[in-house]
Design a protein around this ligand. Structure first.
Ligand code: S3P
Length: 170
């Protein structure tokens, strides 16, 4: 494995958990952009949004991505990383990017089981608004993807195994 492998997808697609599984099962070194931001700012993401706003969070996210890009890692990302055009360019040019697709109905079911305060962007959003957000981002994930895995009916371990097989065969 020589190039960075980025895992992208909407909130609830399992990016962070799949990254951790890849590390646990096959020893791939994994970093997570959200976790790096939390560590550096010494503040949980909802607090960064609340105190400084989304624009500031996106700035931190972009810096984090840019500082990683020359390293050889699996990088798991926040669902909004693809919003910035320069981030998209970096994802396309500096590594292989795996889009973890999931049907919106399943995503929403997963997200509704999570702690609502952990995802500031979904706070007080209706199902229709979540689907709107999802649909607005779908073309951006597709634009960046080197390959896509439909995670809708797969377990975290099954997705991690598919990614590992793919990486080993390349
Ligand atoms: C965001 C997704 C979150 C986190 C932040 C914003 C987004 O990460 O980066 O709350 O804009 O989709 P996850 O995709 O890991 O939930």
């Amino acid at each position: 494995m020589s190039k960075t492998v980025y895992l992208i997808g909407f909130m609830g697609a399992g990016k962070t958990s799949i990254g951790k599984k890849l590390e646990a099962l096959w020893g791939y070194p994994v970093v997570d952009t959200d976790e790096m931001i939390v560590e550096k700012e010494k503040m949980p993401i909802p607090e960064i949004f609340k105190r400084f706003g989304e624009v500031h969070f996106r700035k931190l996210e972009k810096e984090t991505l840019q500082n990683l890009s020359s390293s050889s890692y699996i990088v798991t990302t926040g669902g909004g990383i693809v919003l910035d055009p320069q981030n998209r360019q970096l994802l396309k040019e500096t590594g292989r990017t795996v889009f973890l697709y999931c049907e919106p109905k399943t995503l929403i079911e997963r997200l509704e089981k999570d702690d609502p305060s952990s995802r500031p962007l979904l706070h007080e959003k209706s199902r229709e608004e979540m689907i709107e957000l999802y649909e607005s981002r779908l073309p951006l994930y597709e634009e960046c993807a080197s390959f896509t895995i439909d995670t809708t009916n797969l377990s975290i371990e099954e997705v991690a195994t598919l990614i590992a097989k793919r990486l080993k065969s390349e």
